[in-house]
Design a protein around this ligand. Structure first.
Ligand SMILES: [Zn+2]
Length: 267
């Protein structure tokens, strides 16, 4: 408040004399009363500060490099919110799915979802490590999301829906990482991968609903949820010119991937 020139810079007011910071004040009136104490306090603080002749710059104090990047910020948020450091992620992002689906997919390939086999390995006391859906096999991540007969039938229908009958998905790496299918078209690969990630996400959600809420495993309902939810997430994240029509999505999503040539001539 007492500064005469409100636009004055630190360099105008703090002189560096033989490595000591000296105040070079220009007050509108001499400090008195409480301001005197504040000035003494300020001088004490300045005695520990050394200035230089370099221009001012910003420093991002949350990273050792001092440099702000959106990926550093994003990593910090992920670490706080999800307890993971996405700097270690080997999974490339997919722009068609929400962050929670990406994080879930990452957890799946790291075997970090709490299936009974993994919980048991960590010493959790469970009355069974058998799959809660079929009650016949040990519930590993591969079993829970891919190989259990209850989920395998859903994958079969999904492959049919996408005209991908020539492929099989036999483990989580094929569901999450592999880019088999649509190798000629990168948009197609991304949409197909997004659908597979969303499928895993929804299968796990329904597994949990069965285990924790006693909800009945209903394949028709799950397929329908995969179709509506993937449509909603993917179409909201698609650019206008690649906008997706619901009935077409339901009928044949691979339509968006490789439209047949001379489609206009078909009528
Ligand atoms: Zn099972």
């Amino acid at each position: 408040m007492l500064e005469s020139h409100k636009e004055a810079t630190v360099a105008d007011r703090i002189l560096n004399v033989h490595s000591n910071s000296i105040g070079n004040w220009d007050w509108s009136r001499a400090p008195s009363g409480r301001a005197t104490n504040e000035l003494t306090e300020l001088n004490n603080l300045l005695s520990t500060v050394s200035t230089s002749d370099r221009p001012d710059s910003w420093k991002f104090s949350l990273d050792a490099s001092g440099i702000f990047t959106t990926s550093t910020m994003s990593n910090l948020i992920n670490t706080l919110k999800y307890g993971i450091n996405s700097r270690n992620l080997s999974l490339p992002r997919n722009k068609y799915v929400p962050q929670k689906v990406f994080i879930f997919s990452w957890r799946v390939i790291q075997l970090k979802i709490p299936v009974r086999y993994e919980l048991d390995k960590k010493g959790t006391d469970l009355h069974t490590i058998l799959c809660p859906l079929c009650d016949q096999h040990i519930e590993t991540v591969d079993h829970a999301l891919i190989n259990c007969q209850k989920v395998a039938s859903i994958w079969m229908q999904l492959l049919g829906w996408w005209n991908q009958n020539s492929y099989t998905i036999s483990n989580i790496n094929e569901a999450i990482i592999s880019d088999q299918g649509f190798s000629h078209n990168s948009t197609g690969q991304s949409l197909w991968q997004a659908t597979k990630w969303i499928t895993c996400y929804i299968l796990w959600k329904h597994r949990n609903l069965k285990v924790f809420s006693g909800k009945i495993w209903n394949p028709a309902m799950i397929i329908s949820e995969i179709q509506t939810q993937s449509f909603s997430w993917i179409s909201n994240r698609s650019r206008k010119k690649t906008s997706i029509a619901w009935h077409q999505w339901l009928l044949n999503p691979s339509f968006y991937v490789a439209p047949p040539p001379n489609r206009s001539g078909v009528g």
